[in-house]
Design a protein around this ligand. Structure first.
Ligand code: HEC
Length: 117
């Protein structure tokens, strides 16, 4: 009985470890790029505190950027819209230039975000 519990505990632990390691390289790359490009305004990882709101001088308001977890939920199944927004963002988010593979990785990371948090 005790051995059975120990064995199933070990199996659970092993599968949890495998799940943690199974993160695709593109998702890990996307997290790095998101930290570089997006974390000034967005909360891009669970550990990161919410950054300060961004001033929008046109309307004299402060706009809080949504967390990547919220973006992941909002754009679930709408990857094209997500890509389009990042490529041509609404003010006060600024347009940024980066290579296509970085954008692909950031999108892969956003899609995987909810699972990682
Ligand atoms: C200069 C600050 C800033 C940076 C840097 C920035 N964003 Fe934003 N982002 C914002 C703000 C502010 C909003 C909210 C805009 C609004 O609601 O009017 C926003 C909104 C968004 C949205 C739309 C969310 C929605 O509700 O539809 C997405 C997607 C997004 N950002 C992704 C990104 C990604 C990916 C990066 C990095 C490549 C990034 N942002 C970098 C400030 C920023």
């Amino acid at each position: 009985m005790t051995i059975k519990i120990l064995v199933s505990g070990a199996v659970l632990l092993l599968s949890a470890m495998q799940a943690a390691q199974a993160e695709p390289a593109e998702v890990a790359h996307g997290r790095q790029r998101a930290i570089e490009y997006c974390s000034g305004c967005h909360q891009v990882t669970h550990q990161q505190p919410q950054p300060a709101a961004v001033p929008n001088p046109d309307e004299m308001v402060q706009v809080a950027a949504p967390s990547f977890a919220a973006i992941s939920v909002k754009y679930k199944g709408h990857e094209k819209d997500l890509r389009a927004f990042i490529e041509a963002p609404l003010h006060p988010m600024k347009e940024q230039e980066f290579p296509d593979h970085d954008l692909d990785a950031i999108i892969a990371y956003i899609k995987a975000t909810k699972k990682n948090w």
